[in-house]
Design a protein around this ligand. Structure first.
Ligand code: PMP
Length: 395
């Protein structure tokens, strides 16, 4: 049997991580994966998370199976966080815990396929590397819309023009904030126009939230999602707790579905549970229990918010620092491109060969498309990355 297996495509990001592992240069710097790292290079467990874990460890009596929708306190807390406290859109939504943001994307893609087999989902160009594979694996067709222009600015005109072609039966996957890989988001006005387009033309927005809290602050980062939720009858949201709770390996997230009314949601939860049963049965309890414990306790919640704000401020300081150094090295245009971006990633204005040279000459690893994990850049290495970028630009 196994001799029939054709060589499968290798995940480009994990492949680069392996190449990094084999690099013997002591100054090598891994900025490939989207993981927050402090100045010592560690991805810390947030203090609020650690405290919640201690409390849970003290009181947990059993690891018996949980319900098919996962941790219900977590699901409630996610609905309130994403859609806002006190009624509104949350009253016509259901949430099901998933295996992180990726699990939510896949489960929601399955839901789309159950209702509209082979439907078209629009994704940005460029997109998060796993969007197309997940959607296609679920049996959906993929089309793309423009996201940034040649100067690396949000291409509102291109975006609206492309999505004007989206049909009633289509679904449009939008990253709610801190776009991966570009770090470029539409303006508040462009989101308004997008929401109007969705409402007029009837396509279903499918929001992917993986970096809320790490761009302009939690509420601002969720504004586009909430705006869409208020304007359209139906919407899907994939939520990841990997980055903003630092729960990467605990695989914590949820799938949210909004309907025109509560009644319209009657089969949704069971459909999502059934989809999960055939994929992984049930999501892991630990991360969801931790998030619920943090969000349900005023003290822990405040501590988490302060830590999240601290992470965001540090990411911003890294970005500003890199842009300033680059400007100081005679590259003001490239510095301006970087300064406009937000979130964990920066898209360096470098070509693929330049990114390869950045790797070979300066030991700085980003993706070939130019993306670097600005959240993983130690403060004392900013100058050397700036020198590398200026160096390859000048060659
Ligand atoms: N969506 C986007 C845009 C992402 O960048 C990521 C992870 N990098 C995910 C979803 C999935 O994250 P996870 O499964 O680790 O929660």
């Amino acid at each position: 049997m196994l001799e029939l297996l054709l060589p499968p495509p290798v995940d480009p990001l994990w492949d680069l991580t392996e190449a990094y592992g084999a690099d013997a240069r002591p100054e090598r710097l891994n900025l490939v994966l989207g993981v927050y790292r402090d100045d010592t290079g560690t991805t810390p467990v947030m203090a609020a998370v650690r405290e919640a874990e201690l409390r849970l460890a003290e009181r947990s009596a059993s690891k018996e199976y949980r319900g098919l929708s996962g941790n219900t306190a977590f699901n409630r807390a996610m609905l309130a966080m994403v859609l806002g406290e006190g009624g509104g859109a949350a009253d016509r939504a259901v949430a099901v815990q998933t295996v992180a943001g990726s699990g939510a994307l896949r489960l929601l893609a399955d839901l789309v396929c159950r209702t509209r087999p082979g439907a078209t989902v629009w994704i940005s160009d460029p997109a998060y590397v796993n969007h197309r594979p997940i959607l296609e694996a679920a049996g959906l067709a993929v089309r793309t819309y423009r996201w940034v222009d040649a100067e690396g600015r949000s291409d509102t005109a291109g975006l609206l023009q492309d999505l004007a072609q989206a049909q009633r039966d289509d679904v449009v996957l939008l990253q709610g904030c801190c776009h991966n890989p570009t770090g470029v988001d539409p303006s508040a006005r462009a989101w308004e126009e997008l929401a109007g387009l969705a409402a007029r033309n009837g396509w279903v927005p499918f929001v992917d939230l993986a970096y809320h809290g790490l761009g302009d602050g939690l509420e601002t980062d969720l504004a586009a999602t909430r705006l869409l939720a208020d304007r359209v009858p139906e919407m899907l949201v994939a939520v990841s707790c990997s980055k903003n709770f630092g729960l990467y390996s605990d695989r914590t997230g949820c799938a949210i579905v909004l309907g025109a009314s509560r009644a319209s949601l009657r089969h949704v939860e069971t459909a999502l549970q059934n989809a999960a049963r055939t994929l992984y049965s049930m999501p892991p309890e630990h991360g969801a229990a931790v998030v619920a414990a943090v969000l349900e306790d005023d003290g822990l919640r405040a501590l988490w918010r302060a830590e999240l704000d601290g992470m965001r401020a540090r990411i911003e300081a890294n970005r500003t620092g890199l842009a300033e150094q680059l400007a100081g090295l005679g590259r003001p245009a490239e510095a301006a491109v970087l300064a406009r971006q937000k979130g964990m990633f920066s898209m360096l204005p470098l070509t693929a060969p330049q990114m390869l040279r950045l790797r070979s000459r300066y030991a700085v690893y980003g993706t070939t498309a130019g993306r670097i994990n600005i959240a993983g850049l130690p403060a004392d290495r900013i100058a050397c990355v700036a020198r590398g970028v200026a160096g390859v630009l000048g060659e």
